[in-house]
Design a protein around this ligand. Structure first.
Ligand SMILES: NC(=O)c1ccc[n+]([C@@H]2O[C@H](COP(=O)([O-])OP(=O)(O)OC[C@H]3O[C@@H](n4cnc5c(N)ncnc54)[C@H](OP(=O)(O)O)[C@@H]3O)[C@@H](O)[C@H]2O)c1
Length: 254
């Protein structure tokens, strides 16, 4: 039985992806900080599911959690580094602390997760590394600078790693969701176009991961829009995005 380890598995996309893998006969290891939620998910799934608590920004804590799950379930066949946070605020309120907080979870969290399982995958000559980026990483979005930047980082890192690791039997998949129902998006005070239900997102992600896709991008409407926007010149992008983008995070609206 194959083993998937999922970070950010206490809620939203990560929890739903864990359930979907388990439903398909995989053993699943769930990681996040909220013990009570992880315990609830694992108990609901039953045999073949285990959890460990860790802050993904803490390299030792996360590595220990992954080792604990591998000793319970077996070597990790697929790492889904999904834990992430987002905090919408205008660059007028830019601070090092807030920006680094996002980078430490969204970027360092992926780095630590991959570093913990990659040597084993290379030794075995098989495995999959995957992480949740976002369409927000396709271009810098107003009010979401640190978040957009963290997701651009994830997209570029995984693209490079994919090419390096392919000859060694390790696949790399980048997940780019548009808006998905979750705790993260429940804080958005704006209308979210093409919003996808969490369990549907999980089915799309797991299907793509099992097919060994280089990217899992959804929903298609948001992907087409954001890929097109990539090619729009700055003079036009700056004007249009300032009007059309989700610009009023709840924090500032309140
Ligand atoms: N929902 C969307 O529309 C959307 C779109 C594009 C990309 N994404 C990305 O999808 C991923 C999952 O987010 P979601 O939408 O499912 O939101 P969510 O429900 O808020 O889930 C975030 C998960 O990350 C975990 N987490 C946060 N900080 C952590 C830390 N320091 N250490 C360990 N775990 C941590 C949370 O668990 P604990 O609080 O228990 O630690 C939770 O399980 C994120 O990377 C997000 O950026 C989401």
């Amino acid at each position: 039985m194959s083993v998937a380890i999922i970070t950010g598995a206490s809620s939203g996309i990560g929890a739903a992806v864990a359930v979907e893998f388990h439903r398909r006969g995989w053993k699943v290891g769930l990681i996040a900080r909220r013990d009570d939620l992880l315990k609830e998910h694992v108990e609901a799934m039953g045999e073949g599911a285990a959890y460990a608590t860790a802050d993904v920004a803490d390299e030792k804590g996360l590595t220990d959690a992954i080792l604990k799950l591998e000793s319970e379930l077996g070597p990790c066949d697929l790492m889904f580094a999904n834990a992430g946070i987002g905090d919408g605020r205008s660059a007028r309120h830019f601070t090092s602390a807030n920006t680094l907080k996002i980078m430490n979870v969204n970027c360092a969290g992926v780095i630590h997760a991959f570093a913990a399982v990659l040597p084993g995958m290379l030794k075995r000559g098989t495995g999959t590394l995957s992480a949740t980026s976002s369409v927000a990483g396709f271009r810098g979005l107003p009010n979401f600078g640190p978040y957009s930047a963290s997701k651009s980082y994830v997209t570029s890192l995984l693209e490079s790693m994919r090419i390096d690791l392919r000859p060694h039997g390790v696949g790399v998949t980048t997940v780019h969701p548009g808006f998905v129902v979750s705790e993260l998006t429940s804080r958005n005070a704006f209308d979210m176009p093409f919003l996808v239900q969490t369990d549907k997102a999980a089915r799309i992600i797991v299907k793509g991961l099992l097919k060994g896709k280089s990217e899992v991008n959804f929903p298609w409407q948001m992907i087409c829009l954001m890929k097109f926007v990539r090619w729009v010149p700055n003079w036009l992008y700056d004007r249009v995005i300032a009007i059309a983008s989700p610009t009023t995070p709840k924090k500032e609206a309140e």
